[in-house]
Structure formats: C-alpha cells, structure tokens
Design a protein around this ligand. Structure first.
Ligand code: SF4
Length: 706
C-alpha cells in the first residue's frame, strides 16, 4: 500500500473537505451526498500520495465534481495541469458546459480548462490558403474563401463550429504529418498550436480516451504526442479503457482507409471537387520555372502509379471479404480469426497473393513520392514548403498502410490476435495485442504520478480484480487504492426486477411465440416507455420483425438501432413517450433517459460475449492453458459487468422508478444465476412465467403509483 501519507496530504484533504462542506452548499438545488464527499477525499488522497485510485461510484454519486474539485485544488498548488478523460462526447460536454462553469462560480481563484482535440478537428490555415488560391478546384476555392471570411470574423477554427462541407474539410483539416510546424507562416496564429499552448497553461485539460490512447501509441513510437506530459490523470467511464486501448495499440488496415486516402490525395475517377491534394500540387508546380521536369516527375511517376495501387487495394479487400465468407462467418460484421486455416482455402490463398501485389504497388507509390520530394527539395522552391509537407505526409501514410498490411497478413506471434471483418461497405484486417494490460501498465499507468480510474461499473460482486487485471493494474498493486461507493438511489423502493423462467433464446421462433403476447400486453399497459436490449443484431432483427406490426396496431412507435444514429433515436424516444426502443450494443450503457419516459428495460438474454469472437477465443485459450476456467475467469465476469450496465439504464435519478425484466431463464436455473443477481442493488425481485410476471410487475408499478 502507498506510504506517502503525511501532514501535507492531511492539509490538502482538509482543503477539499471544506470546499465540499462550505462552498458546494452555496450552489442552487444543492443535495448533500455523503458518497460524493467520500469519493472526493479518496481522489484527494490519490493525488497527494501518488496513488492509483480505482473507484466504482454508483449512478447519482456526483462523480464529476468529486474529481474535478480535488484536481483543480491540486493543480493550483502544483502549477501543473490534470488531464480528465471521458469516453463519450456527452460527458465531455457535461464537464465543459455544466460542471466547470459551476466551479468557476464557486472557486475564489480563476482557472483555465481546455478541451483537447485530435488534429483532424482543426482547420489548417496553410492548406486553406492552398485550396483558396487554386484554379484547379474553383467550387472548393470559393467555399474556402467563405470559410476564411468566417474565420477572420473570429470563429473558432474547429470543425464542429464551422460551416464547411465534407469535401472541403478533407482537404483543409490539420494533419500531423503534413504540418510544417515552426516553418509554417501561420504557426503563431494556427488554431491547433494556439490551443496546444493554451493547454499547457491550463489547470484542467478535458480529453477523451481515444485521444489519450492515440497519444500513448504515438509516444511509444517515439513520435511527438498530442497531450502535454501531465503528472495526474482522471479516467472517467474507465470501464472502456481496455476496448479503446485495443483499438489504438493494435494495428489495422481497412477499405475505409484506402477510400479516405483516395479522396484526400488523388481520385482519378472523382469529380473535380473531390479530386484530392495532388491536383492542387500539380497546379502550383505548373506555375514554376522548372515545371516541365517537375510535372514529368509527378505525372510519369506518382500520378501514373496511383490507379494500380487503388485497383489492387480494392481487389485485395474484395478477396478478403470472400475469404471471410468462405471461412464460415455466420453473417456480415462477424469478426473471424486469421490463422493458417484461413489462408489455406483457395479464397485465402488468393487474398494473400493480392496482399503481396498490393504491397508492391505501395512501394512503387512511396518511391515515386520520394523522388518528387527529393526533386522539390533540391530545387529549394520556397513556395513549395506546403507541397513538401503534403508529399511527406503521403509517404508516411503509404508506409503505415504497408506496415499494417504486412503485419496483419502474416499472423505469426502468440502475443497478438489476428482477425478480419467485413460489412456491406467495408472490410478490415487487424491485429490486437493479446495482453493490452501489459502495455498500459508500462506506457500509461507507469509514468503517471497519480491516476484516478472511475465508473459506475467496474466491480464484479464487490471485487475489482477482474477489471484491474484486464487493464494491467495488477502490475501496479503496490500503488493501487480501491473504493466502492453505492448509488444513493433507493432501489428497494423504486426498482422491480423480474426473471422470466420460461424463456431462453430470443434467436428462436418459440421464444417469440411465448413472449409476444405478454410483452405486447405489458407495452400497452405502460404506453411504450420501454427499452428492449438484445445481445446480437440477429436477435434485434427478429424482435423488430415480430413486434413491428402488432405495435403499430397499439399505436406504439418502434425505434430500432440502425435506423438512425443512436443520439437521434434517443431524442425521438424522449420526445415520443409512446415508444419501444430496440437496441443492441450501444444502448446497454451510457444512455440516460431520466424520469417517466423510461419505465421498463427488457433484457432478452444474459450478455455473454460471442464465444467465437477471435479476441474472446484467444483470451479463453490462454486461461485454459494456464489451468484456469475461461468461463469463471473471463466470460462470466464480462457478462456480469455488462448485465449491471443494462440494469443501470433504468434508474437515473432519485425520483425514477420502473422495472427490469430479464427474459432468460438461465438467470433462474443455472448455478451462476446468483452471481448475476448479487451484483445488482437490492430491489423488489420476482421470478415466474412471463405471462404472470408482467401482470405482477404492472400491479407493483400501479400499487406504487397509488
Ligand atoms: S502550423 Fe501546421 S496545422 Fe497549423 S497552419 Fe501551419 S501547417 Fe497547418
């Protein structure tokens, strides 16, 4: 256990405590929350004693103020920023638009809080100039002129706040590899670097997990990171850390990457306006004295090599999709394992042959871009600083595509999981480190002075060890402190949990034959106001097919994941209270519908992860090799955490009330059922056949209402 406790630490804890006892009560609608104070003191201790605090804080604790206040006070004392990272934009906005303004009104000392964003969120003024002065792209040049005008009137140079089309943005956003940095004539006024400088002077930096993990990956490769080197971090929504780390510390190459390359570099088949950066460069080179040499090098070297590169790339991804289907993927969107079997089918052999051809095309493009770069450098054409940077960026992008392709197509390391996936519009080849925890332990937790990891769901039962192992905190045991804080909500009074004992597989027709009638009766009684959570897209589709028609007869609207972006669906759900929303993965968590708009959550199946997913298979295999049960040590804890998240959608405020019905009898019959149940807060619990259960639940709700 950490041992740095001392008088300074006590003084700091007292400062935090007095803020909560004296200042926070001054805010309007203040509610005293003992759990919040306890969490704030835990965070203060972690900062003062250089610990890593893992704190599960139930819904309604008031987590954000519990970490923002000690972080701010710590930053005032030490003159260093603290980085707060969230997974979702919603939480980031809540911090920036609600919690931080509130703190400004309560703190005696002014402070700076800056949002950290990735490069592609900022406009690059050098690129904007190039597009604006281009004769090659007249429509975009006109739009670029308008954008410049908006910026000159003081608009912030970030995408979310600018009126800009996708084609223009793809040419004018900032790009680390194409940036001239101090050599750029716009360096001082550059929006990105202005914000970076501001960030260095801030007390709080509000980031997101993707940016944080991208920063870790860049710094691990010796590149310049995005974020300053802070001493202290807070990771809210920390249960996402493993998944985001997998994405950013892994390797992948997709058809989408190739399409983006084509749109931004040069699209021989594109409309003039979508044709990319190389035509702009060509336009500039054609105005130089050395144009004949330069244009020959560009046209006969680089431009001529790109169509083949695109064509073979597309053929490769088509071949990859065929190989995935041939390997027995049950449906599009299912990840399959890449191993020697995968490449031993005729389709797989074809796919590998195409990958070799594609890599050869990449080498060709890279070398043509280098030739032109060299020629431009030798000629010392000052006006072409931008062109050099773009060519350098092109070289780096092709290099990265080739390196990822060659890494993923030859699965030869037991420390990586190799996989492929295809959907209707995309195909991806990827590799994920089997033990991302080791890298997080070394590259993320190790260098941090202190760290707070928090979420409403980190523990299985009352045990945090599963989470800690997954993210590498087991390798920092001597620095880890733990805290489990219950939600202040009254679940005994306000929540009903029903377990249907006669249903077990929503992917079968019998399930819906039994479930349809009782569920429709329930929905009629409730007037909609229900989420139905599924564990796969197949069961989502089946539920939609079964319920669409009868629901429309009841005048209840059916909203379904996939119809529209999740945020829009949620807005619709809140607006139209007579609705049923069917959601798969993204609706199990992070979704907040407060009040009577959501009275019922239906969980169709216990959320065990798909057993044939490559990562799940690899983790299970490794545990079994170590003599451990993969069910007990991996699948069960994963499912319990997910189940807790699904249950957590119901009660989002002190006054919320409603029911969760689980339509999976395994919760009742199987020996592991009690482990799921004991992970939930104590509430009214019943089990029985669905037809009786829905009546009991409605009776409970009405009794409660009267
Ligand atoms: S400093 Fe870099 S990002 Fe900023 S305007 Fe110049 S080239 Fe663009």
């Amino acid at each position: 256990m950490p041992t740095r406790s001392g008088p300074d630490s006590q003084v700091f804890l007292e400062r935090v405590r007095s803020f909560f006892l004296e200042k926070l009560p001054l805010r309007p609608n203040y509610e005293e929350r003992p759990e919040q104070l306890e969490m704030a003191l835990g965070v203060a201790r972690a900062l003062a004693e250089e610990e890593i605090l893992v704190v599960e804080a139930g819904t309604g604790t008031g987590k954000s103020l519990a970490y923002l206040v000690p972080c701010l006070l710590w930053s005032f004392e030490h003159g260093q920023p603290v980085i707060i990272s969230t997974r979702t934009l919603n939480l980031q906005q809540q911090l920036l638009e609600k919690d931080i303004p509130l703190l400004r009104s309560l703190m005696e000392q002014p402070f700076r809080a800056t949002a950290a964003r990735g490069w592609s969120n900022y406009v690059c003024l050098r690129r904007l100039d190039s597009v604006q002065s281009s004769q090659q792209l007249p429509e975009l040049a006109h739009e670029a002129g308008e954008l410049s005008e908006v910026l000159s009137l003081g608009a912030p140079g970030i995408r979310q706040k600018l009126p800009v089309s996708d084609p223009l943005w793809s040419l004018v956003h900032a790009d680390s590899q194409a940036c001239n940095r101090q050599m750029c004539p716009h360096y001082q006024e550059c929006y990105l670097f202005r914000e970076r400088r501001e960030m260095e002077r801030s007390e709080l930096i509000i980031a997101n997990h993707s940016l944080v993990m991208a920063d870790v990956a860049l710094k691990a490769n010796g590149a310049q990171g995005i974020l300053p080197k802070p001493a202290c971090w807070v990771l809210d929504e920390g249960h996402h850390l493993e998944e985001v780390a997998n994405d950013h510390l892994g390797r992948a190459i997709s058809l989408g990457d190739l399409q983006r390359f084509r749109q931004t570099v040069f699209d021989p088949k594109g409309k003039v306006n979508d044709a990319g950066w190389l035509p702009l460069l060509r336009d500039r080179l054609s105005k130089t004295e050395e144009r004949s040499r330069l244009l020959e090098c560009l046209d006969q070297g680089l431009l001529i090599s790109l169509p083949g590169f695109y064509q073979v790339g597309e053929e490769f991804f088509y071949g990859l999709t065929q190989s995935i289907l041939a390997s027995g993927a049950s449906e599009m969107g299912t990840r399959v394992t890449l191993n020697s079997d995968f490449f031993h089918t005729p389709e797989g052999e074809d796919c590998r042959r195409l990958s070799e051809q594609w890599a050869a095309h990449m080498e060709h493009v890279e070398s043509a871009a280098r030739d032109l770069h060299r020629m431009l450098t030798d000629l010392e054409l000052e006006a072409n600083q931008g062109g050099l940077a773009e060519l350098q960026s092109l070289v780096e992008r092709v290099k990265s595509l080739r390196s990822n392709l060659e890494f993923c197509i030859f699965p030869d390391s037991g420390d990586w999981v190799y996989w492929a996936v295809a959907t209707a519009n995309n195909a991806t080849l990827g590799a994920t480190p089997l033990d991302v925890g080791e890298r997080l332990a070394a590259e993320f937790f190790g260098p941090a002075r202190s760290m707070v990891v928090t979420s409403a769901t980190l523990a299985v039962g009352k045990d945090l060890s599963f989470y800690e192992k997954r993210v590498g905190l087991d390798l920092h045991q001597n620095r880890v402190a733990r805290s489990l804080l219950d939600s202040p909500f009254d679940y005994r009074q306000n929540a009903y949990l029903g377990v249907a004992t006669d249903l077990n597989d929503p992917n079968r027709a019998e399930f819906w034959e039994r479930a349809c009638e009782p569920l429709l009766w329930l929905l009629q009684q409730l007037g909609g106001r229900t989420f139905l959570l599924t564990t796969s897209y197949a069961s989502l589709r089946l539920a939609r097919e079964r319920l669409a028609e009868p629901l429309s007869q009841l005048g209840i609207r059916l909203l379904c994941q996939g119809q529209a972006p999740p945020g829009l669906l949620l807005e619709e759900f809140r607006r139209d209270s007579r609705a049923l929303l069917i959601g798969a993965d993204s609706f199990w968590e992070g979704v907040d519908v407060v009040g009577d708009d959501l009275s019922c959550v239906l969980i169709t199946r216990l959320p065990f992860r798909v057993p044939n997913d490559p990562l799940v298979q690899a983790h299970c295999r490794r545990l079994e090799e170590d003599g451990l049960s993969s069910f007990t040590h991996y699948q069960l804890p994963q499912a319990i955490l997910r189940f807790r998240q699904g249950f957590g959608r119901l009660i989002r405020s002190q006054k919320d009330r409603g029911m969760v019905l689980v339509l999976d009898s395994r919760l009742y019959h199987k020996s592991y059922g009690p482990e799921f149940l004991s992970a939930l807060p104590a509430c009214n619990r019943r089990a029985g056949r669905l037809a009786g259960l829905v009546q009991d639940a409605i009776k409970w709700l009405k009794g409660f209402d009267s």
